[in-house]
Design a protein. Structure first.
Length: 157
């Protein structure tokens, strides 16, 4: 943590098994556990929520126009109506919550839509007008994943 209240994280995967008493034991056959580790070489990101993962990705914007969507421009791929805070991604599951701290501070976005198949490492932000989407342009920044559907389901149990 720096004086400005920021930190950068990377994620380290290693085999981990949990003993009956709850202690972690590293084994070669156990599934990988992912732990955040502090990084000093990458740019600092503000910590608004506890990150599950951080990915450096391309960020674009789209609007509900037929030439940018399918024949139902106001319905997302998950079946919801578009609204502020919805993003499209082909690599993150529906319901994933994320932040774009450098661009939007602590605002939470939810993956509820999909991009065209040719856009792999992209988060596409829904915007109310084509002008707003065009003005946004293209950015590259850290995407902080703060919750995933499987993680949320595990917490409810």
């Amino acid at each position: 943590m720096t004086a400005a209240g920021t930190a950068a994280f990377a994620f380290l995967a290693f085999p981990l098994a949990i003993r009956a008493d709850g202690a972690g034991v590293a084994t070669a056959k156990a599934p990988a556990a992912i732990l955040p580790i502090l990084m000093t070489a990458s740019p600092a990101i503000p910590l608004f929520h506890t990150p599950i993962a951080v990915r450096f990705m391309r960020i674009t914007a789209y609007a509900s126009t037929p030439d940018e969507t399918d024949n139902t421009p106001f319905i997302t791929a998950s079946g919801l109506h578009v609204r502020d805070g919805i993003v499209a991604s082909n690599i993150l599951p529906f319901g994933t919550k994320l932040e774009l701290p450098r661009l939007f501070g602590s605002k939470i976005f939810t993956v509820e839509d999909r991009t065209a198949p040719r856009f792999r490492e992209t988060v596409d932000i829904w915007m109310a007008t084509r002008r707003a989407a065009v003005d946004f342009g293209v950015e590259w920044t850290d995407v902080v994943i703060v919750s995933e559907p499987a993680v949320l389901a595990a917490r409810v149990r």
